[in-house]
Design a protein around this ligand. Sequence first.
Ligand SMILES: C[S@@+](CC[C@H](N)C(=O)[O-])C[C@H]1O[C@@H](n2cnc3c(N)ncnc32)[C@H](O)[C@@H]1O
Length: 377
Amino acid sequence: MKKVRLLATAAMGLEALVAREVKELGYTDVIVENGKVMFDADVSAIPRLNLWLRTADRVKVIVGEFEAKTFDDLFEQTKALNWEDYIPEDGAFPVIGKSVKSKLYSVPDCQRLVKKAVAEKLKQKHGVAINMPETGAMYKIEVALLKDKVTLTLDSSGTGLHKRGYRLRQGEAPLKETLAAALVMLTNWKADYPLVDLFCGSGTILIEAALIGQNIAPGFNREFASESWDFVPQTLWDQAFDEAEKLANYDQPLDITGTDLDPKMIEIARDNAIEAGLSDLITFKQMQARDFHPKKDNGYLITNPPYGERLNEEEEVKQMYRDLGKSMALNSTWSSYVLTSHEQFEKLFGMKATKKRKLFNGFIKVDYYQYFGKHNK
Ligand SMILES: C[S@@+](CC[C@H](N)C(=O)[O-])C[C@H]1O[C@@H](n2cnc3c(N)ncnc32)[C@H](O)[C@@H]1O
């Protein structure tokens, strides 16, 4: 089977988690750098990774890596790569680019040059006389320069992997599905413990938790650019989907609850859970967070409350954090995991976190405050 070098891209702070997922899928010699995780695999990894990775943004195929300080260098080395092994005669190959701390800083020029080099190589190899038709499947090329090192990739995912397909509507500040999955995976929650999000918004954390709890592949209900690629045979996609179907544990009972002050958000979250096919597994209820009185022990609160960044909500948010701290203190078997950018969170919550982890919610710097309940210590 054809060997490929792959690159799973990750949001800042999630690289180690993406690497863990890649290793759990059976791939080894994984290299972790800022925003990316790289490894060799055979081509069957493309369907499997796209289907299963919960915290990565995209899966890309590395066609070549080299150093280039002049446009000639870039052109010649790009042309020397075996593009014809990946892109067929009718393949469409738009080029996007980025350049950081490199001599070749003009991204439009780099893109134009790469386009020309790839087109020349493909014409030569496929024996096309004038222009490549580009009427077939999509092979989006990225030319990425970092300190004069060029990485040329093909995007196998298409739409970013955070788009699972279930989020029909969302509120004002929804979490990316990949970050929501990461928040759950950073806890010790297991499918047989209760899980609650008291500020559930459109339900992202809970839906991701239910997918994790029943071991459902997050990409099961969407499509990927590489499903139309010639060098990834359809049989490999069929095998990957069969494997996902076999590994899903639809009989796993779950105790997952979402509450929110806003009835509209509860309606949205419910619709999203229905779309994800998980509506029987998640209970939604309109409620003030401070009215939380769990009936069971050993539960997990995993939540992304408002951060109080708008002046008019700051006081209200401070009081909410105080109330939340009091309510969780009364339930010592429960673990609390709270994502916020609020610098005084621990003081307001009334406890120092057992662990803290720096993350980014989009461009907002946040901390993930983790309080381990009695059974979780
Ligand atoms: C940042 S959003 C959560 C977004 C969610 N994680 C998602 O992915 O859609 C915060 C939510 O907290 C809710 N909220 C604000 N104050 C609340 C309170 N006192 N009790 C319960 N929910 C509250 C808001 O209605 C909003 O939906």
